[in-house]
Structures are given as structure tokens and as C-alpha cells.
Ligand binder design. Structure first.
Ligand SMILES: C[C@](O)(CO)[C@H](O)COP(=O)(O)OP(=O)(O)OC[C@H]1O[C@@H](n2ccc(N)nc2=O)[C@H](O)[C@@H]1O
Ligand SMILES: Nc1ncnc2c1ncn2[C@@H]1O[C@H](COP(=O)(O)OP(=O)(O)OP(=O)(O)O)[C@@H](O)[C@H]1O
Length: 311
């Protein structure tokens, strides 16, 4: 028997970053939106823990126990006292979310493997326990489980679900290389040296725009405090942002820690036009369109009813 879970990517429509904390993390006001680019994680009983991955970026994914999907399976097994053969699984990741792109690809696989193993092993962890394990795996992982739209505070792991009054249409431009999330936060600290970094707060205008489903209002309110740091480490991203703006995107921003860039469009047709212009611009590796919000990690095993882990 196998269990397959489908998990979405995210875009940060607001990422407000505070000063570095003593533990090295940064307090955030992180407004996540789950979008329709997905990885699928399948777990099957096996003789030992094994990870395989397929997809365009598969060669960049670690297949050892540092893989977030493997870490999720081990964390669940440990909490429930499963050992040896009881906890041995083959985890296969069908990867469509760009790697090291700032779209929470690894986090998606962690949340997906956790829900898949919980279903396969019948551990029946409570929602709080699943979220707690997710937070231990990484700041973005709880949101990958929950999906939809949410405000993340603390280091991004404490979530409040947000109302969204419509569907937002996005174009994503993937870059020719990745950016390391810790390196981008370090660059943020370097650029902030000597400056007074304010407490991160969610923007009222942005939350209202999401609640109304109003793309023009959302475009006026999006922001990413990591964008100057990402541009400093990857200056060519400015050309991609300019190409998307010139093609009529309502807003153009770096997604999370980058280097994927995100472009908001008023509807699906204009998103397709922006995508075409970005493809022709020669400023990025690949271009995808996706809309959101979409549900978080969801069991999609053939023959089983779809079971979202969402709120
Ligand atoms: C940039 C974002 O993707 C926005 O959603 C997240 O803040 C990053 O989330 P993530 O990849 O799950 O990050 P984690 O695995 O928790 O942390 C990786 C590294 O990013 C930095 N980090 C992450 C989150 C945070 N609030 N402050 C940080 O300074 C730390 O250097 C940390 O060691
Ligand atoms: N399942 C996984 N898929 C991809 N990368 C993984 C996975 N597990 C661990 N990693 C490691 O994590 C690094 C970051 O990859 P990931 O795709 O999660 O970045 P990201 O999308 O920028 O993350 P975020 O948006 O959460 O900051 C990779 O370079 C890889 O070494």
C-alpha cells in the first residue's frame, strides 16, 4: 500500500523582517499565499528509509537524511516510538516546485511526507502535533501543511488563517541558479547594519485587499523586506522584474528569499500575456503561471477521497 500527498508552493505577499534575534532567526510578519504549483510525495513500506526524486530540478535535491521529507518521517516515527521496519519507508518526491527558489519546495516535501506517513502508519497525530513537528523542521513547513492564506509570526511558524475573497493570478519566473535562504537573511543583516529595524507588522491594506479579492489593491500593498538583499546577491533579478513590469504586471516582487520572481496579474488572460513576454525577454530560465489560494497538504492516493490537512 502507498499513500500520496499533494503539497503546494507558496508566495509571500508581504514579508516584513525584524532585526536578528539572539538565536539568529528573525521575527517576521509573513503573509503566505499557497499557489497551484505542486510537489507530490508518495510513501511506501520498504526495508529501509530511502528517498528518490523525479522532476526538472531533481539533481539538486539531497537524497540522504538531510532531505526534509526524510526528517519529517523520522520525527513522526520517533514521537510514536516506531523503530526499524515499522518506520521504514520509501519516499518518492515528484518535484515540480523549483529548488532553492524561495517557494518553500523543501518545506512542502516535509509537510507532505509527514501527512503521508501519518496516514500510512495510522499514527493519527493531532493537528497540533503535526504543526509542532512541522515547526521543528523549518519556519515555512507549518504553512505548507495548512495552505490557503495565513499570517505567520514569530519566525513564521505561528499561523493565523486569513480570509481571501477571490482568486489571484500569478506568473513565476525561475532563475538560472538558486539562492540560499540563510545567505539572504545574512545579507539583510549586513544591509541593516547601523539602521533602526522596525518591528515587523502585517499591513492592514494588504489584509483588506486579500479579504476583498482585489488584485489592484493587493498589487499596491505587496512588499518584501528581503528583496534588497536578494537583489544585492543576484543583481540580474532586477532585469526580470523590469521585464514583467513592462509586460503589464500589476506588481513585481521577489518571492520570499528568492531568486524566483513573482508577478501579479488582474486575470488569467493577462497572466498568460505577462508569462509570454517574460519567456521572450531572455531574463529567466523558465516561466510558470499559477493561481491561489489553494489547499495545503492533501492526501490524493488513487482510490481514496481527497483529505486536506487544512484548517
Ligand atoms: C524566507 C522564507 O521562505 C519566507 O517564507 C522563510 O522565512 C524561510 O523559511 P525556511 O526556509 O523554512 O527557513 P528555516 O529552515 O526555518 O531557516 C533557514 C535559515 O533562514 C534564516 N531564517 C529563517 C526564518 C526566519 N524567520 N529568520 C531567519 O533568519 C536562518 O538563518 C535559518 O537558519
Ligand atoms: N525535499 C527537498 N527538496 C528540495 N530541497 C531540499 C529538500 N530537502 C532539503 N533540501 C535542501 O534545502 C535547500 C533549499 O531548498 P528549497 O527548495 O526548500 O528552498 P526554498 O524554496 O528557497 O525554501 P524557502 O522558500 O522555504 O526558503 C536545498 O538546496 C536542499 O539542499
Amino acid at each position: 500500500m502507498s499513500v500520496t500527498v499533494r503539497v503546494p508552493a507558496k508566495v509571500n505577499v508581504q514579508l516584513a523582517v525584524g532585526a536578528a534575534r539572539p538565536d539568529g532567526f528573525h521575527d517576521l510578519a509573513n503573509v503566505f499565499l499557497a499557489v497551484g504549483l505542486h510537489d507530490e510525495v508518495t510513501v511506501t513500506p520498504a526495508d529501509e528509509l530511502r528517498v528518490t526524486c523525479a522532476g526538472p530540478d531533481a539533481d539538486q535535491v539531497p537524497l540522504d537524511r538531510t532531505n526534509l521529507a526524510a526528517r519529517a518521517a523520522l520525527a513522526l516515527a520517533q514521537r510514536h516510538g516506531l523503530a526499524g521496519p515499522e518506520a521504514a519507508v520509501h519516499i518518492h518526491i515528484a518535484k515540480d516546485i523549483p529548488v532553492a527558489g524561495g517557494m518553500a519546495g523543501g518545506s512542502a516535501d516535509g509537510a507532505g511526507a509527514l501527512l503521508a506517513c501519518d496516514t500510512l502508519w495510522g499514527t493519527r497525530a493531532s493537528r497540533e502535533e503535526l504543526l509542532d513537528i512541522c515547526a521543528g523542521l523549518g519556519s515555512d513547513v507549518p504553512f505548507s501543511l495548512v495552505g490557503g492564506a495565513a499570517l505567520g509570526t514569530g519566525r513564521g511558524e505561528r499561523l493565523r488563517t486569513l480570509d481571501v475573497g477571490g482568486t489571484f493570478h500569478w506568473v513565476f519566473a525561475m532563475a538560472g541558479r538558486g539562492l540560499s535562504t540563510p545567505a539572504v537573511f545574512r545579507e539583510f543583516d549586513r544591509l541593516a547594519q547601523g539602521l533602526d529595524v522596525p518591528e515587523p507588522v502585517a499591513s492592514r491594506e494588504l489584509l483588506d485587499a486579500l479579504a476583498k479579492g482585489d488584485p489592484d489593491a493587493l498589487a499596491a500593498a505587496v512588499s518584501n523586506d528581503l528583496q534588497p538583499a536578494a537583489l544585492s546577491l543576484f543583481p540580474e533579478l532586477a532585469d526580470t522584474l523590469a521585464a514583467g513590469r513592462a509586460a503589464g504586471a500589476l506588481a513585481a516582487l521577489v518571492s520570499g528569499s528568492g531568486p524566483t520572481t513573482a508577478f501579479l496579474a488582474r486575470e488569467a488572460e493577462s497572466a498568460a500575456e505577462v508569462a509570454e513576454a517574460l519567456r521572450a525577454s531572455g531574463t529567466c530560465r523558465t516561466v510558470r503561471t499559477a493561481s491561489g489560494p489553494v489547499p495545503g497538504a492533501t492526501v490524493v492516493t488513487p482510490g481514496a477521497a481527497a483529505v486536506p490537512a487544512g484548517p
